[in-house]
Design a protein around this ligand. Structure first.
Ligand code: FE2
Length: 177
């Protein structure tokens, strides 16, 4: 299957892509998944969040993630990586830290969201999500995520007395764990 990253990777200064690049890339891959040109697994895990890498270059990693009820990511950042997502089917709920409080938003199928450096958020399947059909079977809520440079670490946070506090950092290449 041809890569959708050719135009971005051809940029001579593509040490890291921009949020605009990442939004476009996730939208293009989401279209491929939705149309069936890029297939997920035959059996979707029903009880755990699941991720598969769709593309990997020196500049960007692209992942397909499935979401199940009652499994949020915890508050986290993406270390030195920019990120973006497009929801393929169902809907996500995001809580993001805005300096003094958490702000929540619903991200429906087809909608995109960008995560600049320093973005701290928690993501989960929206409880009102209606899962769409992928291929012939019902799928969990699905989203395509892209990170540039590719994810290497995530830090986790808690809110204590109204303040955001980092609790731990982990090396990882797997997003939204
Ligand atoms: Fe995230």
């Amino acid at each position: 299957m041809t890569s959708l990253l050719a135009s971005a990777a051809a940029s001579p200064a593509a040490a890291a892509l921009t949020l605009t690049d990442l939004l476009r890339i996730t939208g293009e891959y989401a279209d491929e998944v939705r149309s069936g040109r890029r297939a997920g697994p035959a059996e979707w895990p029903r009880t755990e969040r699941w991720a598969a890498r769709l593309e990997s270059t020196a500049e960007v990693d692209v992942w397909l993630i499935s979401w199940v009820p009652d499994r949020s990511t915890e508050l986290h950042d993406h270390a030195g990586s920019l990120g973006a997502l497009t929801v393929v089917s169902g809907a996500l709920r995001e809580w993001s830290w805005r300096g003094t409080r958490l702000r929540t938003r619903r991200i429906d199928a087809g909608a995109r969201a960008a995560f600049p450096l320093g973005w701290v958020h928690d993501v989960a399947r929206h409880p009102a999500a209606v899962d769409g059909a992928v291929d012939s079977g019902l799928a969990p809520t699905l989203s395509v995520h892209a990170y540039s440079p590719p994810l290497t670490a995530m830090s986790y946070y808690e809110i204590t007395a109204g303040h955001l506090r980092r609790t731990r950092s982990e090396a990882t290449v797997t997003p939204e764990r």
